[in-house]
Design a protein around this ligand. Structure first.
Ligand SMILES: [Zn+2]
Length: 408
């Protein structure tokens, strides 16, 4: 009975992504909206189509593999068999299980990651990942992923031992705090992966500092981050804890965009920063944890769920593994629909504010370049946008700025 519920969840998840992909396929070959014509020439556009097609197929393959993997896990008693075979108490057993399953997952996803980076991304000239970086990143991700998993499980176990039935609510609050810390210290995390250098003195530095200080912030420094060793994508953000704030520009942005365009992108990011959009989205993202906590609590109250998987009683490890696994991501995706709607509104407001600062035209050329460089979808299916996009598609953003120009 419970196995059927899990199976249904897994299938809904798979068919949700399949549906999104079929909708996207329907868009192929449709004429582009006027505002985004001429960004790709015909050969580039075809390149984009074949890039997306290959990416979609890979994505589907990876979904199918994870569907099979999860069906094996959740339609058999393999989890409890492995769990009971491992030595130690709950914490040690769980730690070993995470390390083991993490290793299996890393190995299974290795061919897909490899094909993505070295076949598809490389074929289209995006890949900046050398085999050495690929291996080091895979190992770093494995270690960081497991350290996080084990640390979070440790907290959950502690909360459960201390608080019994109410641990779900407490764990939710604990996670909220953790997420705030992670977002506050994200600059520290990115220093593990990247190098930061100060932006040299010059017109760009003067303009950005002025705009930043006009907005009422104290500037610690403007950094250029070496994002280009991993990606060709360009971005900028503001951050920092306390009074002194820092600006981070991707080196791709600094090297390939005009000073006007960089300032326009920055004006957009500054608007997010000023309106606390990022903080709000972090807050909404915390609601993602709510279904987890509900499921976890239910699984502890109803021992029959764990028993149907071969556990002798309700089991905190199993409850955690289900709640934090990828299966619930379908619930999360459904929850995110209204928040994506809000995020798209934040993006429109940030674009409007960059326009009002006088950077409308530069923002348009920058956005066209940004989308061109990442070969992103110029004409996504409207339903796909409504369901999954946290940014409006390019043609809507350009049309918004153009309409403001007409009204001025
Ligand atoms: Zn934005």
């Amino acid at each position: 009975m419970y196995k059927i519920i899990f199976l249904v969840l897994l299938l809904v998840k798979f068919f949700w992504s399949l549906t999104l992909q079929l909708l996207s396929n329907k868009q192929v070959g449709k004429p582009l909206p006027k505002s985004v014509q001429g960004i790709y020439d015909e050969s580039e556009y075809n390149k984009w189509r074949s890039y997306n097609n290959k990416k979609d197929k890979l994505h589907l393959a990876s979904n199918a593999i994870s569907l099979v993997f999860n069906i094996v896990l959740f339609c058999t008693n393999i989890i409890s068999v492995v769990y009971y075979a491992l030595p130690g108490d709950v914490m040690v057993k769980s730690m070993l299980f995470f390390l083991l399953i993490g290793l299996v997952e890393t190995i299974i996803s290795l061919p897909i990651d490899y094909i993505f980076n070295f076949k598809i991304e490389a074929e289209f000239g995006f890949n900046k990942v050398t085999p050495k970086i690929f291996i080091v990143d895979t190992i770093k991700n494995y270690i960081i992923g497991n350290v996080l998993n084990i640390a979070i499980f440790g907290l959950v176990l502690l909360a459960y031992n201390l608080l019994g039935d109410y641990f779900g609510i407490i764990a939710f609050l604990g996670l909220a705090v953790l997420m705030i810390l992670i977002s506050a210290f994200s600059s520290v995390f990115s220093k593990i992966f990247n190098k930061f250098t100060s932006l040299p003195e010059g017109e760009l530095r003067t303009n950005l500092s002025k705009m930043f200080e006009d907005a009422g912030y104290k500037l610690k420094d403007i950094y250029v981050m070496d994002a280009s060793k991993r990606t060709t994508k360009a971005n900028a953000y503001c951050g920092g804890i306390g009074k002194m704030k820092q600006i981070v520009l991707y080196d791709n942005l600094v090297n390939n965009y005009t000073e006007g365009e960089i300032t326009a992108v920055f004006a957009h990011e500054l608007a997010h920063f000023k309106n606390k959009d990022t903080t709000k989205m972090t807050f909404f993202n915390m609601l993602n944890f709510l279904p987890m906590m509900v499921v976890m609590t239910v699984m502890m109250i109803v021992p029959e769920i764990a028993q149907s998987y071969g556990f002798s009683d309700a089991n905190i490890f199993f409850a955690f593994y289900v709640s934090f696994g990828s299966m619930l991501s379908i619930v999360t995706q459904l929850i995110m629909i209204p928040f994506n709607y809000m995020s798209r509104a934040f993006e429109r407001r940030a674009d409007s504010l960059a326009f009002e600062k006088g950077y409308g035209d530069e923002l348009i050329t920058a956005l066209r370049k940004l989308h061109k460089d990442s070969l992103s979808d110029m004409n996504p299916h409207p339903t796909v946008v409504k369901l999954t996009y946290n940014h409006p598609p390019l043609h809507e953003r350009i049309e918004l700025i153009e309409s403001k120009k007409v009204n001025k």
